[in-house]
Design a protein around this ligand. Structure first.
Ligand code: AMP
Ligand code: GLY
Length: 431
């Protein structure tokens, strides 16, 4: 079967790499992909089509006998790519537009959580900045609070504020300066929660829920969780902060009521439901839902997944997940370190030649997934984004996996390359 993967990050490279391992997979095309998907075996190739150019993607799928399309990022999902492909009788993996609102609108997400009595931070929704600021004036509040833009903002529309002045500034940026455009048409003020964060992903066909192994992301730019928020500077799985009992609790008290409440709203969620959780003293609470694999969480998860991903995806699309045998996992830990460009998450330059990829490929138990990379006209692989490479290592313990990943990281260099040095240390501090 020929497969089309939509997206260009480390997540999409990992999806292509994993799907290429299925005996039923024919050719894999990645739209638009990166230098990693361009060079990772003869079965995988890139096509220069933008993930939101639906007519061109549909034309390509029909002309190249694509039997399955897998969508990586949230933007095409929230724009309804699944509905459009299905209306053309094309098989596609991911939630439809209605279901993807769980990520596309934080107001919608909160409404589902409330109706399903799913544990989450208490919140208020406002239609204007003035109403939100009034909320502070009425109650004379000066407590920590989180300000969130309703819509998609590439992870940047959330402000964790320590006091009223910071909150008013965040509200002004979202609603008056319109830094996130329409995403700031509505605004949420939310109770600030304390605890460790964890990412728990589930694959569901809307009836059966397969909870994946727990993972932990590292969203802050610098060591010790300091500095600005990023798309994620590294991830590892499994994580001791979510033990088996907690994982079952999350399935029962978070995923089950969420899927059930969506169903009652006539929404069938088929795809990956990603819960961003805060593990509070009162138990796990939902910070946000995503409607797709996390990036970089997907990379360590797929390094560990032994079950054929194509079987899982097809069973999801066909509503037959209940027939699938339990997922098989490599018991080892996978640690993924993001190598980034100088300046990220702020402005950065692109186009620096990347050296040492061949040496890194020789390091046992590692895999270098590409994110922001491209192939220059002269054939060299160059940096082409903020997050450039996702170096992933497997090991019998967290420290072994960390050592493998950083051994490969040390082989790689380009002008301005940097990474966090403490990815997975949150696990070590637990044990
Ligand atoms: P979100 O996109 O909603 O996951 O928010 C991005 C990040 O902001 C999360 O990973 C948390 O670190 C932080 N965050 C979001 N909501 C809260 C909250 N209610 N309390 C504390 N931190 C939060
Ligand atoms: N790793 C965070 C995300 O994918 O949204």
């Amino acid at each position: 079967m020929n497969i089309l993967i939509i997206g260009s990050g480390g997540r999409e490279h990992a999806l292509a790499w994993k799907l290429a391992q299925s005996p039923r997979t024919g050719r894999i095309f990645v739209a638009p992909g990166n230098a990693g998907t361009a060079t990772d075996g003869t079965d995988i190739e890139n096509i220069p089509i933008n993930p939101t150019n639906f007519p061109a993607l549909i034309k390509f799928a029909k002309e190249n006998k694509i039997g399955l399309t897998v969508v990586g990022p949230e933007v095409p999902l929230c724009a309804g790519i699944v509905d459009i492909f299905q209306s053309e009788q094309l098989r596609i993996f991911g939630p439809n537009k209605a279901a993807a609102q769980i990520e596309g609108s934080k107001v919608f997400c909160k409404e589902i959580l409330r109706k399903g009595s799913v544990p989450t931070a208490s919140h208020h929704t406002f239609m204007t900045g003035n109403e939100a600021i009034q909320f502070f004036d009425d109650k004379d509040r000066d407590n920590p609070i989180v300000v969130k833009a309703d819509g998609l903002a590439a992870g940047k529309g959330v402000f964790v504020c320590s006091n009223r002045a910071e909150a008013v500034d965040a509200i002004t940026r979202i609603t008056k300066k319109r830094e996130f455009g329409y995403a700031g048409d509505r605004i949420i003020l939310e109770e600030r929660l304390d605890g460790q964060e964890a990412s728990v992903l589930a694959i569901t066909d809307g009836a059966t829920i397969l909870t994946l192994q727990p993972a932990q992301d590292h969203k802050a730019a610098y060591d010790g969780d300091t500095g600005p928020n990023t798309g994620g500077m590294g991830a590892y799985s499994p994580t001791p902060v979510v033990d088996d009992t907690t994982l079952h609790w999350i399935e029962e008290h978070i995923f089950v009521p969420t899927i059930h409440t969506l169903k009652r709203a006539d929404i069938l969620f088929r795809g990956v439901l990603y819960a961003g959780l805060m593990l509070t003293k009162q138990g796990p609470k939902v910070l946000e839902y995503n409607a797709r694999f996390g990036d970089p969480e997907c990379q360590p998860l797929l390094m560990r997944l032994q079950t054929d991903l194509l079987d899982i995806i097809e069973a999801t699309i066909d509503g037959k997940l209940h027939q699938l045998t339990p997922l098989q996992w490599d018991n080892r830990t996978a640690v993924c370190v993001v190598m980034a460009s100088r300046g990220y998450p702020g402005g950065y330059e692109k186009g620096f030649p990347i050296r040492g990829l061949a040496e890194a490929a020789q390091v046992p138990n590692t895999k270098v997934f590409h994110a922001g990379t491209a192939i220059h006209e002269d054939g060299t692989i160059v940096s082409n984004g903020g997050r450039v490479l996702n170096v992933t290592g497997l090991g019998g313990s967290v420290s072994e996996a960390k050592l493998a990943a950083y051994t490969a990281v040390k082989c790689i260099r380009w002008d301005g390359a940097w990474c966090r040095k403490d990815i997975s240390d949150k696990a070590l501090s637990q044990t």
